[in-house]
Design a protein around this ligand. Structure first.
Ligand code: 5GP
Length: 116
């Protein structure tokens, strides 16, 4: 499967549509999910084109994971979460809706289930 640069996260990267950016470095961007499944739900993406984990380079995976770790600490501190779930989907049958690699950082709270 190929990369389509008209996907919504590519547009966020190009600042063609607004987003609530919370972290950025040379290789990755993190922003708030527009339909949060938990309070403080953040998405981490690589800045370079990548459809999903199936075509990701080692460098893209490493930089996204490093940012996911930073953001996990950050959301736990900022939102008072007790932990995080890191989630990632590949292709439509795997639950992927936006076809630019992304990792969900989902803060977790006692007695609170993730929204579907
Ligand atoms: P997935 O592809 O992993 O199933 O989920 C895509 C995620 O992107 C969903 O959690 C959805 O709420 C989020 N999303 C879709 N469109 C936008 C958007 O325009 N802005 C932001 N910030 N998040 C979006």
């Amino acid at each position: 499967m190929s990369y389509d640069s008209d996907n919504i996260f590519a547009k966020i990267l190009r600042d063609e549509i607004p987003s609530s950016r919370v972290y950025e470095d040379d290789e990755t961007l993190a922003f708030m999910d527009i339909m949060p499944r938990a309070n403080g739900h953040v998405l981490v993406i690589p800045k370079t084109p990548c459809r999903n984990i199936l075509d990701a380079s080692e460098q893209q995976l490493a930089s996204c994971m490093a940012t996911a770790q930073k953001l996990s600490h950050a959301v736990m501190t900022a939102f008072g979460a007790g932990g995080v779930t890191v989630q990632q989907f590949n292709e439509a049958i795997g639950g992927q809706e936006v076809f630019h690699l992304h990792f969900h950082i989902l803060p977790r709270y006692p007695g609170v289930a993730l929204l579907p």
